[in-house]
Design a protein around this ligand. Sequence first.
Ligand code: SF4
Ligand code: SF4
Length: 384
Amino acid sequence: MSMKMEFNNQEYYFLPHVKINALLDYLHHQGFSCIGPQIKQDAIVYEELHDSEQLPWGLRDYQMPGQYRLEENNVKRAFSWANGPQAIKPQLFKPKESLWRVARDSHGKLTFKNVTHEMKPIALFGVRSCDVAGMLIQDKAFLTEPFVDKHYQARRENVFVIAVNCGYSSNNCFCVSTNTGPQVKAGYDIALTEIDDGFVVTVGSAAGEALINKISLKHATDEMQQAMQREINNAATMQSKAMPFDNTRVVRDLLMNNLDHPQWDDVAARCLSCGNCTSVCPTCFCSSETETPALDRIESEHSREWDSCFTEGHSYIHGKVIRDDTKSRYKQWLTHKLATWWDQFDTSGCVGCGRCVTWCPVGIDITAEVAAIAKPAVDDSASE
Ligand code: SF4
Ligand code: SF4
């Protein structure tokens, strides 16, 4: 939906909380499966959303390096939290999916068949700005010619994005320094900002405008628009973390010029090589492919699943594991994400969501690691 369209509607509308279900009903009638935030196993996850009552009302997330918990905040709001362990990535780039099957006939001839998946259009309700930015970065990995991923493309072309600007940042958010939030800039159909009793709505696509017209939203008042701006400013000013040098190419050069820095040994002594950081990262896109033969030895299924630069198998080439220690794996992750991603995609691979900090079991903080490697340069820039 929001994939290719240039759109310019500067109007502000108001969606009262009591009309969320009208919005969901409209999307369901349009054939969308609605996915939205809700509580599961004490975390906010994105699953099938049928009713606004499923949303995480009155909750706030407390995040620190290696820590996440939900707390009640006694405010009748659905989005007074920052983010959970996942949002868009698993919806478009499936953690595991079958790609093709191969069968052998009685003469030994092999026949390959593509596996087709049901691709019901999905409406993602309540996506944070950093996650929309992450999706736009994954588009570069999956949709750049000539290597277009048909599975990702089929889902991506049918996704309707309802973004929610943040009014609150966790202790691990740093999207201001990566220029990816807290207000969504592109890649959405409509964007909501929660204020008392509802949301101020802005429109990002023709499909979004059709939705606004269909559910008959009134214009937001000047006071509502001011309240919206206060919410976004609040989320921005409460961020205490930042990526050095605003996540620019300067970070790229600093990392690539410091490949022998002692900090790589320091972080390797703490890192467990578990791969949590890559699983939760909205931009990481590495996968591995496997062949699973059926017991009758006539058919076999070829599938792919998320992989990580922290696994031993990911760097296995012709009988040798290229990155056989944690130091080289962490270095690969950080230098790809923040450095060579620029060479590949003309952008950083980090959108400042802070998930890798929160969900790292030993609380390794990407901003602190970069700051340690960049320290002399940071000191120089501070004294200028
Ligand atoms: S590297 Fe960490 S902070 Fe940056 S986008 Fe990935 S998970 Fe978020
Ligand atoms: S940095 Fe943390 S989350 Fe990532 S592999 Fe190391 S221990 Fe696991």
